[in-house]
Design a protein around this ligand. Sequence first.
Ligand SMILES: [Zn+2]
Length: 459
Amino acid sequence: MTNIRENAIEYARKNSSQFEQNLCELVKIPSVSTNSENKQDMHYAAERLVQMLTSIGFTEGRVCETGGHPVVFGQTKPGDNSVPTLLMYGHYDVQPVDPLDLWKTNPFTPTVKGDRLFGRGASDMKGQIVAGLAAIESVLKQADIPLNIKVIFEGEEEIGSPNLADFIKENKEMLACDYILNPDAGMVSAELPAITYGLRGLAYFEIRVYGPSHDLHSGSFGGAIHNPAQVLCDILSKMHDEKGRVTLPGFYDKVLPLSDGERKEIARLPISDEYYKQNAGVDELWGEDGYSVVERVGGRPTLEINGLLSGFTGAGSKTVLPAQAMAKISSRLVPNQDPEEVYAQLMEFLRQNMPSTVKWEVIKMAGGFPSLTNPDLPETKAMSKAMERAWGVPPVLKREGGSIPVASDMQKILGVESVLVGFGLPEDAIHSPNESQHLPTFHKGIEALIHFLCNLIEK
Ligand SMILES: [Zn+2]
């Protein structure tokens, strides 16, 4: 076994530039799941992944159609029930690139500058998929290992995975496994690896407020009509109190409080207020009273206004009294909140606060449950040891502010918890212009995953 491990690490080091090239190849494909004009590219990305799987030693690899973008599935030892199974999750879709003018390089022309590879999806999460496949390749090239490795790569993560839960339900047998590796989480810094044990959920809504039947002249009608833009602003401004707490009725009722132990572990994280200020480009922070910033981001729920639209927003001026106003809002949820319950709380809040001068409706968009996993699982320990070998320090256990609904879906449907890691850094600018992957961390990540696979086999 020592041989497999050492040889695999050596193989990975020898092939490091090939692995970077594989990543470039994937980044080149504009797999933006939300854009209908990229539908072909989504298929192309899926097919390319299948080719990668077969070329590195997967016996089975195929594109599975869904109601939306396809899922890629593969496995190394189909039909072999004598060995345990590891399922690796990934998503090959990426966020849209706009605002394009803020990119310093073309988002789909992967460009290495210094020790970073720039391009949309380089970090979230094509870099993580390629790191996973590189580690698997490095191990498979050494020996026939007693582990069936399955992969599932979806193409709809960035649009809320509308078809994934059904796909998992319909293919429970095919996806059956003992361990799940989900490398869609991230590190704390290039020197400090992390295992994420808590994820926030998401509830996303569009609120539409309707006033007059058409846009009106603000001179002829101003003073007579309740402006829907004003109504919407009034409502939104009531959604937080002066302590930064969300005011939807019952919003905090099911929130699992952070334990003293967790608050101690969180306090160990080397993340300062200064860090958030710098990365956000602000002079002052804001948030819920009584919690540190890291606690607020990982362990407390929030509500954000994601977008506002109403009236005249072009150049110059137009004295209009708009007919409609729209806001997109979303809530990050923590255990044990439920997106459906938050929807009910929002509806109740709106019923209590909307004036009768307007009509309104709420459109439910993406939703996902928060999750907490058990940090004492054997696979988590295998990962912890693996990361310690690659970085020389044990990983921190952390709660993530983001949402990975697939983790709770898999927990519910397959009955298996996920080990959440990833080799992206907070400064990778995921979802933003100039996204990049730190290449030294990408390569260390590959080595950590090689150790992880070897630890699983040795167990
Ligand atoms: Zn992601």
